[in-house]
Design a protein around this ligand. Structure first.
Ligand code: NAG
Ligand code: NAG
Length: 267
């Protein structure tokens, strides 16, 4: 047994040495990601505190940050697990963040010398704004980022939050209305992304369809390793709390996003 283990260790070391010899010692490219959004996206980043750097790619607070559902969210997983370059992520998912971005990293300071080519902007909004006329917000924010030099934009639509335990428990008679409003928001978002792309030639856009993704998982939770579609707060639950997906769900989202953007400088 001990011998076997030692052998395995030697093989592991040998293959590492082999890999080191055969692989060209190219340093990992540094890229940037500026996520905008709400509690589904936040890591509690304060742009005035420790900034992202090699070895600490999300800056502050300590990894995985302060997330909506607890633990690592899709931003953490995409930055550190599914990344194919060294992504420095400035998570501006806080209120008024577009202006903070423009005043901070948006100026391409020496600490964040991003370029149009190596910076990804993502926008996941609408979750808390459904019912307002805020549906213009997504491409307005993107327009400002575009003026700052952004060229790569990932848009994320609104998931079926009416399936969250909180909404089911407290607003059981409003689920149908919520569904209609969210579907309306999402089709407007798709149309506006098209328009944004038409207006910003050279911009690349992607839409990750969170609505379909959540529904697919919640319709067959066991297939994805979850106990059911409504429990929360325990290992094996889709929901981390009554309104936010758990880290295990975020890992699935992060994987899907990385597949959607496969072949780009980030994934
Ligand atoms: C960061 O500092 C600027 C001014 O130095 C201030 O306007 C802004 O509100 C601060 N942001 C945060 C998140 O504390
Ligand atoms: C992915 O990110 C981690 C954390 O920053 C980093 O250590 C790793 O080198 C990155 N992977 C690639 C392929 O750049």
């Amino acid at each position: 047994m001990i011998l076997l283990r030692s052998l395995a260790a030697v093989v592991a070391v040998a293959s590492k040495v082999g890999a080191a010899i055969t692989k060209s010692p190219e340093p990992c490219a540094i890229t940037y990601w500026f996520p905008f959004g709400d509690s589904y996206t936040t890591t509690g980043f304060d742009p005035n505190d420790t900034l992202p750097s090699v070895g600490n790619p999300l800056g502050n607070p300590a990894f995985p940050g302060e997330t909506g559902g607890g633990g690592e969210n899709f931003v953490g997983f995409d930055t550190t697990t599914y990344n194919r370059s060294l992504i420095l992520t400035y998570d501006y998912a806080v209120g008024g963040a577009v202006d903070e971005f423009l005043a901070g990293a948006g100026k391409k300071p020496a600490t964040a010398p991003w370029t149009s080519e190596n910076a990804l902007f993502s926008v996941w909004i609408g979750i808390n704004d459904i019912g307002n006329t805020f549906y213009l917000g997504g491409d307005r924010a993107a327009s400002k980022d575009s003026e700052a030099g952004g060229r790569n934009f990932l848009f994320i639509n609104v998931p079926p939050t009416y399936r969250a335990p909180l909404i089911i428990d407290f607003f059981p008679d409003q689920l149908d209305v919520a569904k209609t409003v969210i579907e309306g928001f999402n089709s407007k978002l798709a149309a506006r992304v098209k328009l944004f792309k038409a207006k910003n030639r050279g911009a690349k856009t992607w839409i990750w369809d969170a609505y379909t993704s959540f529904n697919t998982i919640l319709d067959a939770p066991q297939r994805y390793g979850f106990v059911d579609d409504s429990s929360f707060g325990e290992p094996g639950d889709f929901w981390g709390n009554s309104y936010h997906p758990a880290s295990a769900a975020h890992q699935i989202f992060a994987n899907q996003i990385s597949e959607l953007l496969a072949g780009t400088p980030w994934f």
